[in-house]
Design a binder for this molecule. Structure first.
Ligand code: PLP
Length: 264
């Protein structure tokens, strides 16, 4: 029996509102024609207006999900999203060391756009010291990159220094997403590759509140492309284009920070 259809894994929290987290990952990976498997580490009660409640799952249940997947699937790329707290991050790290799921993209999710904390403050150090060294790629937005490096980004040029500081923490490649840098008309992202080369990706700033789940979506799209065997630079460029399209052509769902349009 062959087991060759491209398979990817998302290790993340559930967003009941369907716009971010695990659900955004599933939609994205599906749209990229890759089979998605999941390790749910936390559940949020959430809608487009915000996060009303959150619960981390027992680590035994995290271990059990990893074991089930490792027993059966041929996962070729994985990503992490919301990791909730220190025991959860440590459980995920332990399992990622035990099993080979291919290149790992770490989206160091910390705070939702509505302000809810998706990672406990104490767990930032655990992510930095234990998870980042396992990453093929880390994909922070600017507030996350600042929390991980202690550096502040005021101009696009600062993103280069932040990228270099992040790479020193262990991830092979770094994508710093500049969307939170105000003022500038364009949204520029900086990519620093393993071999020291770098490039910028710039797209026009789109004036919309319907950006819930953009971070999850870009990292999920990269993961799906990697699972198909696409090279990292091309995977990142494809993902940037995918997210841009999902923001530009929106759908009206809910009353707040609306979800992306994955059919765009
Ligand atoms: N909820 C979950 C479970 C998430 O993983 C994330 C982001 O990673 C969010 C909410 C936040 O999404 P956003 O900040 O795009 O609204």
């Amino acid at each position: 029996m062959t087991n060759e259809f491209p398979q990817a894994l998302t290790i993340a929290g559930s967003d009941s509102g369907g716009g971010a987290g695990m659900q955004a990952d599933l939609k994205t990976i599906q749209m990229r024609h890759v089979f998605a498997t999941t390790v749910v580490v936390a559940v949020t009660a959430q809608n487009t207006l915000g996060v009303q409640d959150a619960l981390a799952l027992p680590t035994e249940m995290i271990d059990a999900q990893f074991a089930s997947l490792a027993d059966d699937f041929k996962i070729r790329a994985a990503k992490t999203g919301m990791l909730a707290d220190v025991p959860t991050v440590q459980a995920v790290v332990r399992n990622l060391k035990q099993y080979d799921f291919g290149p790992l993209t770490v989206d160091p999710v910390m705070i939702a756009k509505g302000g809810a904390k998706l990672l406990a403050d104490e767990a930032i150090t655990t992510v930095k010291e234990e998870l980042l060294p396992l990453a093929t790629l880390v994909t922070p937005n600017l507030p996350e990159a600042e929390a991980l490096t202690g550096l502040k980004a005021e101009r696009p040029a600062d993103m280069v220094k932040i990228g270099q500081a992040l790479q020193k923490l262990g991830p092979k490649n770094v994508l710093v997403k500049g969307g939170h840098l105000g003022g500038d008309q364009a949204a520029s992202d900086f990519v620093l590759m393993e071999d020291g080369t770098s490039f910028w990706m710039t797209s026009p700033r789109i004036d919309t509140v319907r950006t819930h789940g953009t971070g999850d979506t870009i990292s999920a799209c990269i993961t799906a492309e990697l699972a198909k065997g696409v090279g990292l630079e091309q995977a990142i460029r494809t993902a940037k284009g995918y997210v841009e399209a999902t923001i530009r052509d929106t759908i009206q769902v809910g009353h707040g920070h609306g979800p992306l349009n994955h059919w765009a």
